[in-house]
Design a binder for this molecule. Structure first.
Ligand SMILES: Cc1cc2nc3c(=O)[nH]c(=O)nc-3n(C[C@H](O)[C@H](O)[C@H](O)COP(=O)(O)OP(=O)(O)OC[C@H]3O[C@@H](n4cnc5c(N)ncnc54)[C@H](O)[C@@H]3O)c2cc1C
Ligand SMILES: *[C@@H]1O[C@H](CO)[C@@H](O)[C@H](O)[C@H]1NC(C)=O
Ligand SMILES: *[C@@H]1O[C@H](CO)[C@@H](O)[C@H](O)[C@H]1NC(C)=O
Ligand SMILES: *[C@@H]1O[C@H](CO)[C@@H](O)[C@H](O)[C@H]1NC(C)=O
Ligand SMILES: *[C@@H]1O[C@H](CO)[C@@H](O)[C@H](O)[C@H]1NC(C)=O
Ligand SMILES: *[C@@H]1O[C@H](CO)[C@@H](O)[C@H](O)[C@H]1NC(C)=O
Ligand SMILES: *[C@@H]1O[C@H](CO)[C@@H](O)[C@H](O)[C@H]1NC(C)=O
Ligand SMILES: *[C@@H]1O[C@H](CO)[C@@H](O)[C@H](O)[C@H]1NC(C)=O
Length: 635
């Protein structure tokens, strides 16, 4: 249905492409469809008693829907209901045993191609407590616990199926989870015993050459929830445009990435965050209704979903987003390391230095970030370290890129020359080295096609404010670098940061007025510390707790160097202290009001999302996971 305002905005672009909903969004649930059916009815107030129970209804509970009702639900979905059977169940004796399938899974389990195309499993298995690992050969007493996974999955291809799933979950007080690609690092995409909505098949893009909407006048695209980075790149090439996109090929662009803020490793200091691109949204809300949200209609929802946390205010089906002119990407490569350079690929922009020069170079590299982001560039780096052995001391390597969108190659070379000169002056004999690509998608061409490795480690992260790096001689700068150095040198961890400044000015209209973490607006560095220790099934809960505590001790040094700052919710620790302030800043209270108004049934839940402090997952032995029953914290 069109509101008057929406109708007016549609009229304005009648000559250009018409931004009407996709066909899959035109198949919706009506009152007539659900008439007299208590499982499928839309949400109503007051909140029914079933939604006030201490815990979400679990498979072992008496009021878990009967097989007949699941079957009827499946029929209403047109047969799109799947049982939540993890693929590795094929490796264990029982009803799903299938040695050939197990063998196949063993060979592909490390790829996101596999996990994104599976309805049940997330990328990281620790989030569910590794309840059904692919066992090594021979099988040394591993086990598969199917009840720890989502119980059922709706493989959605229409809005109607999403509405039915939301209604069925709410009316039966089931835990509801949403999986898109499954990339989430925190486990916000999965839950034991849940009914899961799997959006993976919602893939469409319509290019709108000219779109006038509110204060926006330019190119746009109507996009669906499940598009991945590599697909956006294909569309950018096809339509000669630039869209903000994630850094890795299979990350979903408009699911968790957009709703958590979402940065591009190339253009975010120039074009803003992913949530800044959104002009309007189509959403299934907690009451099961399908609504349009923009700055005038359902404005609270529109504000909250853009950066206020994924999967917590509704299920997004599509959006209209800004599209930009194509632009070149100039990419400065800066590497140096304390061990011999053996990789011929990096040799043109890599040198060996001693420890003293290495850390002087690190000071210089970080001191350049304010200049880089002021030039609308984005930096990224890894500081890798290798532990000392009997005969070698600890070694360090900086791998880094300075991405300068919109610059010609000579412009980028001129920009980087004084930085390289400073490095030369402390004994790092690098030359200016710039790769140049005509367009954003060309920069990410991968001959091997899309697909990343799945990861099972854990994170700590921090958004360092710009002021921390503005003056190389200040105690604040020195404390910041010392905290990074301690992380690598004493902690023995690898350091990674992506360095960008998506100010409210760059966000423009309507991006500047959104729920995105205010800490992002004046950030210069999103630092991440990844624990390469396994959180897999072979590590005891006690050791997992110990490893995590050690990582946290070193992340605390970053927190001490940036008092009052926050962290980026999509790449963060589920145990982030005071996550409300870190991930939402001053927006938290307003977001909680919107959450309670829009979802008084508390249908949507995800760890560290707004209102999640009222819930906990039962029965986890070590660090919190999403595997058990979801229950309310009793006051
Ligand atoms: C290899 C890799 C590279 C990454 N690179 C970047 C990067 O460059 N920049 C960056 O900012 N982040 C990056 N991330 C982090 C990324 O933003 C998060 O992992 C994000 O949660 C991925 O979203 P998804 O929809 O693909 O994943 P999922 O795990 O499927 O979903 C993530 C969350 O979004 C919710 N959700 C998904 N779809 C919907 C929907 N349609 N409606 C409502 N809720 C939904 C889910 O319930 C879940 O809470 C990267 C992650 C990985 C693993
Ligand atoms: C749902 O129905 C389809 C088609 O009838 C069937 O193939 C599928 O197994 C059913 N799902 C469940 C969980 O029973
Ligand atoms: C999900 O639905 C799509 C579209 O109907 C279908 O092609 C695909 O095979 C289904 N996936 C699974 C795992 O059933
Ligand atoms: C693509 O867009 C750019 C920037 O707007 C323009 O300069 C160029 O001519 C376009 N190329 C094609 C093939 O349309
Ligand atoms: C370390 O040095 C000792 C003495 O020079 C030598 O015997 C040993 O083989 C070396 N070890 C390694 C791993 O290189
Ligand atoms: C480290 O390298 C720099 C630059 O080449 C040099 O000036 C310095 O003397 C070296 N320091 C040590 C301890 O070797
Ligand atoms: C992932 O799938 C794509 C096809 O979509 C293919 O081109 C690519 O090679 C696959 N990657 C891996 C690592 O298997
Ligand atoms: C399986 O997982 C569930 C949920 O965490 C738990 O309650 C149950 O005890 C587990 N069963 C076994 C056999 O480990």
């Amino acid at each position: 249905m069109l509101s008057p305002l929406q109708a007016v905005s549609l009229l304005c672009l009648a000559q250009s492409a018409l931004a009407v909903n996709f066909p899959f969004e035109q198949t919706t649930l009506s009152e007539a469809d659900v008439k007299g059916n208590k499982d499928l009815a839309f949400g109503k107030l007051p909140v029914p008693a079933v939604n006030k129970a201490r815990c979400k209804t679990y498979a072992s509970d008496a009021n878990w829907p009967s097989t007949d009702r699941w079957n009827a639900f499946n029929a209403s979905l047109g047969g799109a209901l799947l049982k939540g059977i993890p693929p590795a169940a094929a490796c264990y004796e029982g009803p799903y045993y299938n040695p050939a399938r197990c063998e196949q899974i063993r060979s592909i389990q490390g790829s996101t191609n596999f996990t994104k195309a599976d309805p049940t499993i997330p990328n990281g298995q620790w989030q569910l407590g590794n309840p059904c690992p692919v066992p090594p050969i021979p099988n040394p007493g591993y086990s598969c616990n199917i009840t720890a996974f989502p119980a059922y999955v709706v493989n959605v291809t229409t809005v109607k199926q999403i509405q039915l799933a939301v209604n069925f979950a709410r009316n039966n007080n089931l835990r509801l989870t949403i999986k898109n690609t499954g990339h989430d690092f925190l486990g916000r995409n999965t839950g034991g015993g849940a009914l899961q909505i799997w959006t993976h098949n919602l893939k469409q893009l319509e290019y709108i050459p000219s779109y006038k909407f509110g204060k926006y006048n330019g190119k746009a695209a109507k996009v669906t929830a499940a598009l991945e980075q590599f697909e956006l790149h294909q569309y950018m090439t096809q339509h000669n445009m630039t869209l903000v996109a994630p850094g890795s090929t299979t990350v979903g662009a408009y699911g968790g990435f957009m709703q958590g803020g979402g940065f591009s490793t190339m253009v975010t200091s120039k074009l803003g965050l992913m949530s800044d691109q959104v002009l309007s949204l189509e959403v299934v809300t907690a009451d099961g209704r399908f609504v349009h949200a923009d700055p005038w209609e359902n404005a609270d929802l529109f504000w909250a979903i853009r950066g206020g946390g994924p999967g917590n205010f509704g299920v997004v089906t599509s959006a209209i987003v800004k599209a930009h002119d194509t632009m070149p990407i100039a990419q400065g490569q800066v590497y140096f390391q304390t061990s011999p350079v053996t990789n011929p690929t990096t040799a043109p922009y890599n040198v060996q230095v001693n420890d003293t020069a290495f850390w002087k170079g690190i000071d210089i590299w970080f001191s350049w970030l304010p200049k880089v982001t002021s030039a609308k560039g984005v930096g990224w780096n890894y500081i890798d370290t290798i532990a000392p052995t009997a005969n070698t001391s600890r070694t360090y390597q900086l791998r880094s890129q300075i991405n300068l969108p919109g610059m010609t190659k000579p412009e980028a070379e001129a920009f980087l020359a004084p930085m390289i000169k400073e490095l030369n002056d402390v004994g790092i004999p690098l030359k200016v080295y710039v790769d140049w690509y005509e367009t954003y998608p060309k920069q990410a061409f991968r001959p091997q096609g899309p697909g990343e490795s799945v990861t099972n480690g854990r994170f700590g992260s921090r958004l360092f404010p710009r002021k921390n790096l503005e003056d190389k001689t200040s105690p604040l700068f020195q404390k910041t670098i010392a905290s990074i150095r301690a992380f690598v040198e004493e902690g023995g961890y690898n350091f990674h940061s992506v360095d960008y400044t998506p100010t409210t000015e760059i966000a423009g209209w309507p991006g500047s007025d959104s729920a995105v973490n205010p800490h992002l607006r004046n950030a210069i560095m999103h630092a991440t510390g990844y624990d390469t220790n396994s959180y897999g099934p072979e590590v005891s809960p006690a050791d997992q707790i110990k490893n995590h505590a050690r990582l946290n001790e070193y992340v605390n040094k970053w927190r001490d160097a940036s008092p009052g700052a926050g962290a980026y919710m999509n790449e963060a620790d589920t145990e982030e202290p005071n996550f409300q302030w870190s991930f939402y800043g001053k927006n938290y209270d307003r977001l909680l009001e919107i959450k309670d108004k829009r979802d008084p049934w508390q249908v949507f839940y995800a760890v560290t999302m707004v209102g999640s402090e009222r819930w906990f997952v039962e029965g986890t032995g070590g660090l919190p996971t999403q595997q058990g029953r979801l229950c309310r914290v009793q006051k």
